[in-house]
Ligand binder design. Structure first.
Ligand code: ZN
Length: 80
């Protein structure tokens, strides 16, 4: 891992849980009354645009996009 993280909330830099986002697209099946996984999304089904990873601070439990933790660490380095 090349990035440095800093928690935007408690400013911890040591312990994190990195969460890989696994996207499953589903669509409601009215006949069966369940959501079914779709292999190919229809044109009006938005593709997931969110981040690949989210991060949880291992100290205070905050969960945010990975980018927020990276930016926080960068800003802290710039100020030092
Ligand atoms: Zn924290």
């Amino acid at each position: 891992m090349h990035h440095t993280y800093m928690c935007p909330s408690c400013r911890a830099k040591t312990r994190f849980n990195v969460i890989d986002q696994v996207v499953t697209s589903v669509m409601w099946n009215n006949d069966d009354g369940v959501y079914e996984e779709v292999e190919r999304q229809e044109p009006f089904h938005l593709t997931y645009q969110g981040p690949d990873k989210r991060v949880q601070c291992g100290s205070c439990g905050l969960v945010e996009d990975e980018l927020r933790f990276i930016k926080m660490a960068e800003n802290a380095n710039n100020q030092a």
